[in-house]
Design a binder for this molecule. Structure first.
Ligand code: GLA
Length: 751
């Protein structure tokens, strides 16, 4: 179909554009419920369009009359009988807005008259900076599609890859930039691709912000014409902002209803996601390397691989979007995917001992931990080099001879004899200037010669982009894992970059450090895992400073925050789970009052808060009473009964802890609905109000479920068993009053 717009008045131009957009971007609400056919990629040669279906999602784009790769539809899965018109570039809004700005595109080069955020911007060695990418060819292979674009005159190639996940409809996109010219060029901006949403004026953008000790704050704001930049310029993912977004259409008050488009970037270095809305309500989301202080020289024959950028759609609100992401992370991202084992209950020594670790002290803690059912004992910081405070030792990865005169073996043997496996804390990318390593290799750190080397926590960052540093980190960890029976590394990273210079390479290559550092980090993790397949790894960065879908391909769990206050954790964990599965969310039970807020809570409250993720214990067990051990033993045993559901089930946030809420209620439902577990918290009772009645979700309506209280008290008229329909519609009344109270109950399908 060919449509001409020949009106001269601006208003007429706008309506013409909107008419074309309406043709090309069907609203999700107009789509009929789809059957459940196979995940597939369809190419329609007549209209030159690609259609990718998976889960409950259809994604459509095509080659338009200008040779651009035009986005057509992303949203609810459409019936196969529906077809799309031939894509056609949209007319200019006025002489001020060339069509390239209003024609939604999958991947744009900065050239012609592009004013939106480009996916790729380059400077050629002759000073030319014009890059216009047009379709060249494509290839379909199963559920994967690759499309090759090329500049209109120079041999700059970009290969876009699309892979749809059949179960969740989450699409993985990436791009490979190749220089097939005979001169180098400099990449100044590079993104993995652009997601175009259906045009609408009532979007709400959700994103995650924070700081050390206060990560995972869910922000929500209306989108307006303009641009929102989510980013890290810090060399790593950051506590301040996480590479995830969720965009809701309309203003649904119920988090399990409404249309949501969401995405996450798999990159653990400086990143950027730009969310732009223009004056005709088009919304585009572009994500990739952060262009700030960025340059990457691509020599003839070289290529640059962009990070994976994942995107999905849910018609079940922000709750549905996070459930899809959780499922996708378990099935397609984590090292043990598609079927990761439930995480073991671990003990970590940090809050109990800090740097004061030694063989006898750790063995005592190990005995105590084993007595309550802990499965993995982890020794944290302080075991190596001259590490008695955070002023020294990082870089010297041998056991401190005073603390461990016979090496780590006696402790590891003891831990094994208690039936647990052994884990160890490392921070391999860092060095204290007061260390043997730094004295030998002062040139190994990020620095600008003659400038200060700013220390944070008395440490500086090893430049992992350097091949010698990369080799040293691998060899050091490989030796540690070969010499000792270690099952788990807590891999820490306790500062961000300053003075990010790389003086060993030529000045035009220095900024490549942002890419090469992270590539080498991934490669070390990958090689270590290949050589030591039984070793699991936790990504920690002073809490949640390095959590993203890039690092999660190589790590089994993450440390969401150094803030272990169990009340604060309710909102921290709430924000965390919008983007990441509870399986990877390590949560320790620590001492009361909490060091962070000096808040006192019962041991049961602390356990129930932590049991909503991957349970760990980080308390000083030497101070526990026999009663504490009894309570802990009972709750650890209960956790083991429900952890499969918590870690792999569907999470329903029934009552949010945010915005000063007095309450927090989360429900986890095992697939296919055999078990549900509910954790409920009360901050402080007011006015004698009863606890809000809890209406469950996601159960099999026709099945019968047996009710059992794990801790706390339900109203005396709660039935012993009832239908799923009953629990979802009549609900459960808990008798919970007072301050900082917690309860939990389970529903088990009656066979
Ligand atoms: C970081 C981690 C903590 C602990 C300390 C040790 O802050 O987040 O859990 O491991 O380092 O120094």
């Amino acid at each position: 179909m060919k449509t001409h717009c020949r009106f001269s008045a601006f208003v007429a131009r706008v309506s013409c554009v909107l008419f074309l957009m309406a043709l090309l971007f069907f609203g999700a609400s107009s789509a009929a419920q789809a059957p459940a056919p196979q995940n597939q990629v369809h190419y329609d040669a007549q209209t030159h369009t690609f259609r990718i279906d998976g889960g409950s999602v259809s994604y459509v784009f095509g080659v338009n009359n200008s040779g651009e790769l035009q986005s057509i539809y992303w949203g609810k899965r459409l019936p196969e009988s529906d077809s799309f018109p031939t894509p056609h570039s949209l007319p200019a809004l006025a002489s001020f807005t060339p069509p390239v700005n209003t024609t939604p595109q999958e991947f744009t080069g900065w050239g012609g008259g592009l004013y939106t955020v480009p996916d790729l911007k380059v400077t050629f060695s002759d000073g030319n900076r014009d890059l216009v990418l047009h379709y060249v060819s494509h290839q379909v292979q199963g559920s994967s599609l690759t499309v090759v674009l090329k500049d209109i005159s120079r041999a700059v190639y970009v290969t876009l890859s699309y892979k749809m996940d059949e179960a969740t409809g989450i699409l993985r996109r990436t791009a490979l930039v190749e220089n097939k010219t005979d001169q180098p060029f400099t990449i100044e901006q590079a993104a993995s691709g652009t997601w175009n949403l259906p045009a609408a004026g009532d979007y709400q953008l959700n994103y995650l912000t924070g700081r050390w000790g206060d990560e995972w704050n869910l922000q929500r704001e209306s989108l307006h014409p303009g641009k929102v930049i989510l980013e890290s310029r810090r060399g790593s993912t950051s506590h301040e902002s996480n590479p995830w977004f969720g965009i809701e259409r309309g203003g649904s008050k119920d988090q399990d209803h409404g249309d949501v488009w969401f995405g996450a970037l798999g990159w653990s270095g400086s990143w950027q996601i730009a969310v732009e809305q223009n004056s005709i309500m088009q919304v585009r989301v572009t994500g990739g390397f952060n262009p700030f202080d960025f340059a990457y020289v691509l020599h003839p024959g070289e290529s640059l691989q962009l990070p994976d950028f994942y995107g999905g759609y849910s018609s079940n609100g922000m709750g549905g979007a996070s459930r899809l992401l959780h499922r996708f992370e378990l099935s397609s991202i984590l090292p043990e995917s598609p079927d990761p084992r439930p995480r073991p209950v671990l003990y970590n020594s940090w809050e109990a001992t800090e740097f004061n670790v030694n063989e006898a002290g750790q063995e005592k803690l190990a005995e105590e931990a084993a007595s309550i059912g802990v499965e993995r004992f982890v020794m944290d910081d302080g075991w190596f080099g001259e590490r008695n405070t955070d002023h020294a030792g990082l870089g010297d990865w041998y056991p401190n001879p005073q603390k461990f005169p016979h090496g780590l073996k006696p402790l590891i043997d003891k831990v094994h004899s208690l039936g647990m496996d052994f884990g160890l804390w490392v921070e391999p990318e860092m060095v204290n200037p007061d260390s043997q390593l730094y004295r030998q290799h002062p040139d190994w750190v990020l620095n600008f010669p003659g400038r200060p080397r700013t220390e944070e926590r008395n440490q500086v960052v090893l430049n992992l982009a350097r091949p010698d540093v990369k080799a040293w980190v691998f060899q050091t960890l490989d030796k540690l894992l070969t010499d000792n029976e270690i099952s788990f590394l807590k891999w820490d990273y306790n500062r961000n970059w300053t003075e990010p210079g790389w003086p060993a390479v030529s000045p035009d290559q220095e900024k490549e450090v942002y890419v090469k550092y992270v590539q080498n980090l991934y490669s070390i993790l990958q090689e270590l895992r290949a050589k030591h397949p039984k070793v699991e790894i936790e990504s920690c960065s002073g809490g949640g400073g390095r959590v993203d879908l890039g690092i999660l391909r190589y790590t089994d769990e993450v440390w969401p925050s150094d803030n272990t206050d169990p009340f604060d954790r309710l909102s921290i964990q709430n924000g965390f789970t919008y983007a990441y599965t509870p399986e990877v969310m390590m949560a320790w039970v620590t001492d009361s009052p909490s060091w962070m807020n000096h808040r006192s809570t019962s041991l049961t409250y602390r356990f129930l808060s932590s049991m909503q993720g991957s349970l760990g214990i980080g308390a000083n067990l030497n101070k526990w009473t026999p009663q504490d051990f009894e309570t802990a033993k009972k709750l650890v045993a209960q956790y083991k009964q429900v952890r499969g559901t918590v870690q792999h089930g569907a999470l329903y946030r029934l009552i949010s802890p945010l915005h000063g809420s007095e309450y927090s209620v989360n429900e986890y439902v095992a697939s296919p609905g055999d078990q549900a577990v509910v954790f409920a918290f009360l901050h402080s009772s007011q006015m004698g109000n009863p606890y809000p009645r809890i209406y469950l979700r996601g159960l099999d309506p026709a099945a019968r479920y047996h009710f059992s209280m794990m801790d706390g008290q339900a109203a005396s008229d709660t039935p012993e068993s009832a239908s799923g329909e009953w629990w979802m519609n009549v609900g459960v009344q808990l008798n919970m009053r007072g301050d900082l109270q917690a309860s939990a109950f389970a529903l088990q399908r009656v066979p």
